[in-house]
Design a protein around this ligand. Structure first.
Ligand code: ADP
Ligand code: MG
Length: 464
């Protein structure tokens, strides 16, 4: 009875700390809009960098030719090859996914880039007859690099910081295209990087290629980020020429958003403190796939300590950072069996214990629910903020026709965690209200970022 009471206390506290009532989400969206404006002014204290992508023209569909793309972002990287055939033929594409050996994520820059260049070279060697490079031309590549970069042109930029579990000495401040190009040279691979893009920007480009009404792209994967099309004259810090299109794609780097409106709990504070990048990426740490399972682990650990949730001893494995991964959390959360038997076998595995009471399983389910729901609702508030910034959050009051608005979403978290993605969609609809929601579409843009980077490589080709 004493244990029950203690468990109930912890749960009650979690329910309180993780609640995200709709008015709170509206405040968060407003704070997001304010921070977007600060970032666009280059306020030095702005947490959201609102990086200029140098992409002022998005794909038209007329792109032609053979292009490669390389997507480096989280736990895997991808090499992609596309043959673009204009409006009629569109694309032929092939890709391969390669897991990044964990030691390379915390090793040296040279080792990481040499590994990538070697994999790329291997992939290029498998180019078949569906692909065609005109005589005398160099192969060209779009490099999707999903970390914050200060772009200096469409094909160059310096790393601001590593995120998402990467921590490599000496790369910050370096031009990542130069790093990759040197590695390709060492590999003997003759290829030119003609576009350096963030995955959000690639997803936006790939999304628009598919559907011209895409206005923003959001990544919900290992990390989280967003990009959208901004009017160039709404970017005070842009002092170059006004692009002919009048537009500029902004890579928000919204993962670094913070606000006193965010429901930052004691668990979030501890997670942040023990992370590779304390004080940074606060919003990302409440939302994205790298962290959701870890938040759940911390709450379960508290319940194990205070209320002996998993028996008299705290399972030692539960003490390990990142012992509970988000795909496992998602699998447990989707267990619909009445006795939660899938959750049971997962949890026994993860915790290394012989048995777990039905009550403990139901409590675990409840915690997964709270953590996933909060993450999804906070992500929806961010999307709603972007739509507000663009004036796409309401139907026109002057009687002009409703514009269709599409948000392209990519990332393994959104793709595979159904309860999470449905909650993002439902919450966004709720924030928009019935009428406005009827013209807003959230679209899964599976691997749009790879095709997008290839498209941008094409539109910035040295031969174009
Ligand atoms: P990245 O963000 O690293 O470029 P992805 O977009 O493929 O790569 O996302 C991978 C992330 O998605 C994983 O780190 C994990 O957090 C999350 N994820 C993958 N599969 C699942 C799943 N079944 N359920 C929940 N989250 C998942
Ligand atoms: Mg990715």
């Amino acid at each position: 009875a004493e244990r029950r009471k203690k468990a109930a206390d912890v749960i009650e506290e979690v329910d309180r700390a993780f609640a995200t009532p709709t008015p709170m989400l509206r405040d968060i969206a407003d704070a997001m809009v304010e921070e977007m404006e600060r970032g666009l002014r280059a306020d030095p204290h702005a947490p959201i960098k609102m990086l200029i992508s140098y992409v002022d023209n998005l794909p038209t569909g007329d792109e032609h030719g053979l292009f490669y793309a390389l997507d480096l972002g989280g736990t895997n990287f991808r090499v992609i090859r596309v043959q673009l055939g204009g409006k009629e033929k569109r694309v032929v594409q092939q890709y391969e996914e390669v897991a990044i050996p964990p030691h390379l994520m915390v090793g040296t820059s040279i080792e990481l880039f040499d590994f990538i260049a070697a994999e790329l070279e291997r992939f290029v060697a498998t180019e078949g007859d569906d692909f065609y490079l005109p005589e005398g031309r160099q192969r060209e590549l779009g490099f999707t690099f999903s970390f914050p970069v200060n772009q200096t042109s469409i094909s160059s930029g310096t790393l601001i910081k590593w995120t998402k579990g990467f921590s490599i000495n000496g790369t910050v401040g370096d031009d990542v295209v130069a790093e990759l190009s040197r590695a390709m040279e060492r590999q003997g691979l003759d290829m030119k990087v003609t576009a350096l893009v963030n995955d959000t920007v690639g997803t936006l480009a790939g999304g628009i290629y598919d559907d011209k009404d895409v206005v923003a792209a959001v990544i919900l994967g290992t990390g989280t980020n967003a990009a959208y099309v901004e009017h160039a004259n709404a970017i005070p810090k842009w002092n170059g020429l006004l692009p002919r299109s009048g537009n500029m794609v902004i890579n928000m780097e919204w993962g670094n958003f913070k606000s006193d409106k965010l429901p930052h709990s004691e668990y979030d504070r501890a997670l942040d403190f023990e992370s590779l990048n304390p004080g940074e990426q606060i919003y990302e740490k409440m939302i994205s796939g790298m962290y959701l399972g870890e938040i759940v682990r911390r709450i379960l650990l508290k319940l194990a300590h205070d209320a002996s949730l998993f028996g008299d001893v705290v399972p030692p494995k539960l003490e390990h950072l990142f012992a509970l991964r988000t795909p496992d959390m998602s699998a447990m959360h989707h267990d619909t069996s009445h006795d939660l038997r899938f959750m049971l076998s997962k949890l026994k595995d993860i915790l290394g214990v012989a048995d777990i009471s039905l009550e403990a399983r139901y409590i675990t389910l409840h915690i997964c629910d709270k953590v996933a729901e909060r993450g999804a609702r906070l992500a929806a508030a961010g999307i709603y903020g972007i739509l507000k910034k663009l004036g796409r959050d309401r139907v026109p009051s002057d009687g002009s026709p409703k514009k269709r608005t599409v948000v392209a979403v990519d990332g393994g978290l959104f793709e595979h965690y159904k309860k999470f993605s449905s909650c993002v969609e439902a919450t966004l609809a709720d924030l928009l209200g019935k009428e406005a929601a009827s013209s807003v579409v959230v679209k899964m843009a599976n691997d749009g970022s790879g095709i997008g980077a290839a498209l941008l490589a094409a539109s910035h080709s040295q031969y174009a």
